[in-house]
Design a protein around this ligand. Structure first.
Ligand SMILES: *Cc1c(COP(=O)(O)O)cnc(C)c1O
Length: 400
């Protein structure tokens, strides 16, 4: 089958088949496991061919900052999983997200973002955009009245995360997409916490989806990568020139690791999510816990939003313990199986204290504006036995 027929056939596959077989581009050797091409440049058959490739008149690779075979396989597999026309993979999640934000903007443009964002995303919006003459407004992502007011003015980009760091806030993606389009802009959704297994923002009206593939997609704590997904015309016109000339290209080895990680993404995310739902209930029942945030628990303030757009509660939860920061630190230090780590989406369960780590750059008032205080722990549930995790967590909570 030629490549374009193979690509079209893959669009009829179900997600599990796409995750295992999508984007395969076999060499003449017929290898079963995807080949890892470590090369910076490509040899041309003739000077004419070199000129034709550079002009874009002939398909093929020209330089690995522009694209390379293993990275291209990952891009095609991710596009299939997301149901996106096109994907570009970068060296890290922030490489993808910073490019997704900066490439479409120019001086005088306006951006609206939800307050609850990954720390570096918030830093770009709050500190970098104003330096380049871009107007930024933050809103409470769960409050549609605030979105309506902010998007009553022409706006180029809207940036949200749902569920968001660190307290799993929910944003109504379809409603914000509609308001964004009325304001003439693009909605960018950072879908890291949900993954394409549980939530597909493009089907809800988002224009661009971004990922840190470092998280669930690698899923085993090994490499960093990121992805931008959207319509082919937007990616080719707006993002390709930016990515080619600024150079956040992913390393082929890292792309290969993520490609293999995707084969088990659905199995891992569904198993981790089932454990997380069980642990959220156990934690909520403990006397030393003040509050639990889990997207599919009915006591989550944004439960209705999460329930309508996310197919399960996901792998992440947050808990507030008695005793403020001292209580939170005692809890973390008493964990014996779970590691203290600010990464997430790993097969190993990981816990962190956002207000002194991932969100330490924000002032106390900024933290408070997203509901965060020093009593909160963010928890990424892994693939260990759920009973073992339950025992570890309850033992740590008993000593708070
Ligand atoms: C980790 C993360 C990022 C940044 O990705 P990196 O791969 O660390 O650069 C962005 N957004 C969210 C929600 C994340 O969890």
């Amino acid at each position: 089958m030629d490549k374009s027929k193979q690509k079209a056939a893959a669009r009829a596959w179900k997600p599990a088949t796409r995750a295992v077989r999508g984007g395969i581009d076999r060499s003449g050797h017929g290898e079963i496991s995807e080949a890892l091409y470590l090369t910076s440049g490509y040899a041309y058959d003739s000077a004419e061919q070199a000129a034709a490739r550079m002009r874009g008149d002939e398909d093929g690779f020209v330089y690995s900052r522009y694209g390379s075979p293993t990275v291209a396989m990952l891009e095609e597999r991710l596009a299939l999983l997301e149901g996106a026309e096109t994907c570009r993979v970068t060296a890290s999640g922030m490489g993808a997200i910073s490019s997704a934000i900066l490439a479409p903007l120019q001086q005088g443009d306006r951006v609206v973002a939800a307050k609850a964002l990954f720390g570096s995303c918030r830093w770009i919006c709050a500190n970098l955009l104003p330096k380049y003459g871009v107007d930024i407004e933050f809103v409470d992502g769960a409050d549609l009245a605030q979105w309506k007011a902010a998007l009553s003015k022409p706006t180029k980009l809207v940036l949200i995360e749902s569920p968001a760091n660190p307290l799993l806030d929910g944003v109504d993606i379809a409603a914000v997409a509609e308001l964004t389009h009325k304001a003439g802009g693009w909605l960018i959704v950072d879908n890291v916490f949900a993954t394409p297994v549980l939530q597909l923002p493009l089907t809800l009206g988002a224009d661009i989806v971004v990922y840190s593939a470092t998280k669930h997609m690698d899923g085993q704590g090994r490499v960093m990568a990121g992805a931008i997904l959207g319509r082919s015309a937007d990616i080719e016109e707006v993002y390709d020139p930016y990515l080619r000339h600024t150079g956040p290209a992913a390393a082929p080895f890292n792309a290969w690791v993520v490609l293999k990680g995707l084969e088990t993404l659905g199995l891992r995310v569904n198993a981790m999510s089932a454990s997380a739902a069980r642990l959220a209930d156990t934690i909520a029942a403990h006397e030393n816990v003040l509050a639990v945030r889990y997207p599919h628990r009915t006591d989550h303030p944004h439960y209705a939003t999460h329930a309508k757009q996310m197919s399960s509660g996901g792998t992440m939860l947050a808990l507030s313990v008695k005793g403020g920061q001292a209580g939170a630190f005692r809890f973390l230090n008493r964990l014996e199986i779970v590691d203290i780590c600010n990464n997430l989406g790993d097969t190993k369960s990981l816990a962190c204290h956002p207000s002194t780590t991932t969100h330490r750059a924000l002032s106390e008032e900024e933290q408070a504006s997203m509901g965060l205080d020093a009593s909160w722990i963010r928890f990424s549930v892994g693939l260990e036995d759920a009973g073992d995790l339950e025992g570890d967590i309850v033992n740590a909570l008993d000593g708070v």
